[in-house]
Design a protein around this ligand. Structure first.
Ligand code: GLU
Ligand code: MG
Length: 417
């Protein structure tokens, strides 16, 4: 019998899924004690080497798996995979302030305490698959789906095996471009699923001797891969709380304040939702991607889109009502992205922000511009250490690419995402 290897990882600041692995015989003790890592491991750059780190070579933190995140499937003539997502803890057992998953957990707890709301969300993932011909593109065609062979069905099987419910799988607009969507999940689980979906895309492509890229742009004039995040809230008794037929945008007043807070903080949020240099080649006119901090009912060019409801019964409409956040791509760490979204919205609720008074300004045009905004967000969003470390880390990423052309930059990102 072949010995199995188990991996424990997390989405780091560059949104790569990194961690450590060990023989399955060690699993019982690793489930309790986790795997030890240098704090600097969180600061591995997008392209591999350590970029900049506030920790240098010192310190130790433990990544302890959350058993509910287990993904385990058998190989098909090849080794299977067995992995977990984890949380970082200090040596004395306290949660580590820099843990992205911990930052989201704290934001969700604050949201629940202040409003009674629970977040439901899902990440729609667009991606480019190398295993089909690029030309001609077959946007939305059945033949586009046919040509991907068993990739789609294999992917959906792995998702189900990971406890994720697929919602759609389709041939998207661009050459070799496809999209997979999943049903909304509660709180942390939605971000976990975003990480798992990206890994299972890669696992499936690997089994087909092909590759998947989720990078925002493979070429600056090409079609973009976005990661749209659909979100809604339910109250403590699981009742939907965003819909009100009598309000503008059919959105209940507190939800309007949440969304107004989100829109006004959008320039800063871009630093975690569109966090690579190439992200800003996507956020340009005529890309079906947003260019300003605006909201639109049923408008795929807006930063926030009210998703359509397909029902006449008010209770069904309330259940379906959700907002799509379109300013994101898959170079974003899902935990940091949802943390920013929740924090900005909660701030909006706390100060009674008015959606009808929101003025839609242009989105940042570069990562550096977004980081200028992000550097000024309140300490309580992420903690000052994580915020400042993130700014340093991302500034170094942008500086490292400054001498390259847009095409070269796209290629660099497409090679690693
Ligand atoms: N590919 C577009 C993007 O980058 C989105 C297209 C769509 O609406 O699905 O966001
Ligand atoms: Mg799409």
């Amino acid at each position: 019998m072949q010995e199995e290897i188990v991996f424990i990882g997390t989405s780091d600041l560059s949104a790569h899924f990194r961690g450590k692995s060990f023989p399955a015989s060690e699993l019982p003790s690793k489930l309790r004690r986790g795997v030890g890592l240098a704090p600097t491991n969180l600061y591995m750059g997008a392209f591999g080497p350590i970029q900049t780190t506030t920790f240098g070579t010192s310190g130790e933190v433990f990544l302890i798996p959350d058993e509910s995140t287990r993904v385990h499937f058998l190989g098909d003539g090849r080794p299977g995979e067995h992995f977990y997502l984890g949380d970082f803890y200090e040596m004395d057992g306290r949660p580590w302030d820099y843990c992205p998953r911990g930052a989201l957990r704290r934001a969700l707890e604050d949201l629940a305490r202040e409003t009674g709301w629970q977040l439901y969300s899902t990440f729609e993932q667009e991606f480019t698959y190398s295993g089909v011909d690029a030309h001609p593109p077959r946007p939305y065609e059945l033949d586009g789906l046919r040509r991907i062979g068993t990739f789609g069905t294999d992917l959906l099987s792995l998702l189900r095996c990971a406890g994720i419910t697929p919602d759609a799988f389709l041939a998207e607009f661009g050459p070799q471009q496809f999209e997979v969507t999943t049903t909304p999940a509660l709180g942390l689980r939605a971000a976990d699923e975003a990480v798992i979906v990206r890994e299972l895309l890669r696992a499936t492509a690997f089994r087909h001797n092909a590759t998947v890229s989720v990078a925002p742009m493979a070429d600056p004039d090409g079609v973009a891969n976005g990661t749209h995040v659909h979100f809604s809230f339910r109250d403590a008794v699981n009742h939907p709380c965003m819909y009100d037929a009598d309000q503008p945008l059919q959105m209940a007043r507190p939800a309007q304040s949440f969304v107004a807070g989100l829109l006004s903080a959008l320039p800063a949020i871009c630093a975690v939702s569109a966090p690579s240099v190439a992200s800003y080649y996507r956020l340009r006119p005529n890309r079906w991607a947003p260019v300003s901090a605006d909201i639109g009912a049923f408008d795929r060019g807006a930063a926030l889109r009210i998703s359509p409801m397909n029902a006449t019964d008010p209770a069904d409409r309330a259940r379906q009502y959700n907002v799509e956040f379109r300013v994101a791509d898959a170079t974003a760490n899902p935990y940091l992205l949802l943390t920013a979204l929740v924090r900005a919205g909660l701030d909006g609720i706390q100060r009674g922000a008015r959606l009808d008074q929101h003025v839609a300004e242009a989105l940042p045009r570069s990562l550096d511009e977004a980081l200028d905004h992000f550097a000024t967000i309140p300490d309580h969003w992420f903690g000052a250490g994580l915020r400042d470390g993130y700014v340093q880390f991302k500034r170094a990423e942008a500086a490292g690419l400054a001498a390259l052309t847009e095409s070269e930059i796209c290629r660099r990102y497409a090679a690693v995402y």
